[in-house]
Design a protein. Structure first.
Length: 65
């Protein structure tokens, strides 16, 4: 639904694969706690091992004349 909304208005979607890579678990935990609501952050940290998080985002762009 969101993709259709932007596409119908002339925007182009580019999927960008990206991620976070940290030197320490403490750094990862600090960023997760900044980026997510407290309850969600704690749940993520309970279930995630390691120092990397991979994810994808949609970059929407449009050229205006």
């Amino acid at each position: 639904m969101i993709e259709r909304f932007w596409a119908q208005r002339g925007w182009t979607r580019t999927q960008v694969d990206m991620g976070w890579r940290f030197e320490s678990r403490a750094d990862l935990e600090a960023v997760v706690r900044i980026e997510l609501p407290p309850a969600v952050a704690e749940q993520v940290l309970r279930h995630h091992e390691g120092l990397e998080v991979d994810y994808a985002v949609n970059l929407w762009s449009r050229t205006f004349d």
